[in-house]
Design a protein around this ligand. Structure first.
Ligand SMILES: Nc1ncnc2c1ncn2[C@@H]1O[C@H](COP(=O)(O)OP(=O)(O)O)[C@@H](O)[C@H]1O
Ligand SMILES: [Mg+2]
Length: 249
């Protein structure tokens, strides 16, 4: 069926992979990957540090035409050659509708996106300053959390496709909830999100799909069954008990 959903399915062209013994193909998240369906609203990727979430998201972003270090499709800078060749091995099934806008955000390189905006605006141009689309104030002159929220409220819009890698990094719990609410508005306005996160708050959107990356590969998991929810809930329910175990003399 032809769908209006921007991103529908990812397939790894396994026949093209020469060896699953080297990076990035040896990562558990890639080694057993066949295909993944995306949720029309939000698809989350969760899993231990090093499980391959960023590698996967980055490959998707590059395959979709985003700059590997982040930004909109108009960004074309690199401070280091960082991305793997995985994008060349992905087939992405897209709907008949094209997103009106989009953004790839890597928490690690958000700083470089802010710098790139300043560099573009320092060049002579007849166009409106790039920063105007980001609220008009230098992202470097706001705290990391503030500038990220500015990005979501000022730059992100409806009918967009957004790939976010650990966006919670700079955000207080209150701000994470504000982000969830903003994401909800954008989803109602026809946007689609792919988000890698460790935050039990940020992954709580009810109408979504959560993929867990583990040693066994990538598989869907229910929100209540995620380690993030279980560990956080157990800890907050019995902090003394867990702390006693953790901090044994
Ligand atoms: N260029 C590279 N060459 C070899 N290994 C890499 C490279 N980049 C990342 N890795 C390794 O791949 C693994 C997955 O990394 P990553 O996708 O960043 O994980 P996650 O985002 O889930 O924490 C890590 O163990 C990392 O050390
Ligand atoms: Mg990562």
């Amino acid at each position: 069926m032809i769908s209006a959903q921007f991103l529908q399915r990812l397939t790894l062209r396994r026949d093209r992979v020469e060896s699953f013994e080297r990076y990035p193909f040896k990562l558990p998240a890639v080694r057993s990957l066949e295909q993944l369906d995306f949720h029309p609203k939000i698809t989350y990727f969760i899993g231990e540090n090093g499980s391959g979430k960023s590698t996967l998201l980055e490959a998707m972003a590059v395959a979709l035409g985003f700059n590997a270090e982040g930004g909109s499709k108009n960004f074309n800078f690199a401070t280091r050659r960082s991305h793997s060749e995985l994008h060349e091995y992905l087939r992405l099934a897209k709907g008949y509708k094209r997103p009106r806008t989009g953004f790839f955000l890597r928490a690690e390189s958000f700083f470089n996106v802010a710098t790139e905006i300043e560099r573009l605006d320092a060049e002579p141009s007849f166009d409106a300053p790039v920063i105007d689309a980001y609220g008009g104030h230098s992202l470097h002159e706001q705290s990391h959390g503030e500038s990220f929220l500015t990005l979501l409220t000022e730059r992100f819009g409806g009918q967009g496709l957004y790939i976010l890698d650990e966006p919670e990094a700079a955000l207080s719990p209150q701000r994470q909830l504000a982000v969830l609410s903003r994401i909800h508005d954008l989803v109602r306005d026809g946007s689609q999100f792919v988000i890698a996160t460790h935050s039990p708050l940020l992954m709580a959107y009810p109408d979504a799909l959560i993929y867990q990356c583990s040693a066994d590969g990538v598989a869907p998991v229910a929100y209540e069954d995620t380690e993030h929810v279980r560990v956080t809930r157990d800890f907050l329910a019995h902090p003394e008990r867990m702390l006693r175990d953790l901090l044994k003399p």
